[in-house]
Design a protein around this ligand. Sequence first.
Ligand code: BG6
Length: 291
Amino acid sequence: MYSSGSGSGSSNMAAAPTSVVVLDRGNNTTCTINLHGATVVSWRVNNQEQLFVSKQAVFDGKKAIRGGIPFVFPQFGSWNYGPQHGFARVIRWHVEKSPERLPSGDIEAMFCIVDNEVTRSMWNFPFRLSYRLILREKELHFNIGVYNVGKEATFSFNLLLHTYFKVPDVRRCQITGLQGCTFVDKTRDGAMYQEVRDVVTVNEYTDRVYQNTPQEHIITNVVSNRKMRIQKYNFPDTVVWNPWVEKAREIQDFGDDEYPNMICVEAGHVSAPVILLPGTAFEASEILQVM
Ligand code: BG6
């Protein structure tokens, strides 16, 4: 299904049309991708939404969508040559393969972007980025390929899936798999610490880049008090972010009272860049599973 329509769930829709692609597995299990940034804007499992999208998200085809899963590339954080978190989340992607049912019953779709005048003005490299999603009964799979299609230049980049999980109360969530990991605390001028807790909880403004994290994290007390398993491959870092009260007020496209209802746990390759030689490819993947 490839439909043109307005962005998902916005109370603040602007005039520019957006297009969404829907993967529908049956049983009210769906995944919706907005081609603006190939942003996953909804993942429903048996009609239960798993992702947070702000009521104030803007769907104008320009701004990054506040919520869901924005695609961060080729830069994580502020950037001298273009927008924060790079251009991939703010340009229109192509549908490489429309949603198709696999023999297993799962639904697959593929999206891609290649360099163009806009990307070249910020990052002057020939590249191709492919994004494959598979919707299973209780899982969402992501496979990313970054290709250096040039013949001469090596390039380097960051990559991250900026995943906003929907939660009833962030204060009750526990994140496993971070104990012993070194992290950069962006709320404390980038000071480095080591995590001592066996489970991480969020009770204040949190913006941490955990390094060399294990392949698996579990978040407790997501929607319906279930657990969410994150499995990641070739994503050595895990970012944990919640803006809390004051930052929430500063972010225009985020409601003042919405911070308790989201937690960002983001799989990425951001502490050190990926360095890609001409003619070579980098692949990374992630699986989200409702337990
Ligand atoms: C997180 C960063 O991944 O994204 C934070 O670690 C940042 O520093 C947050 O504030 C949101 O970024 P943006 O650009 O979507 O407002």
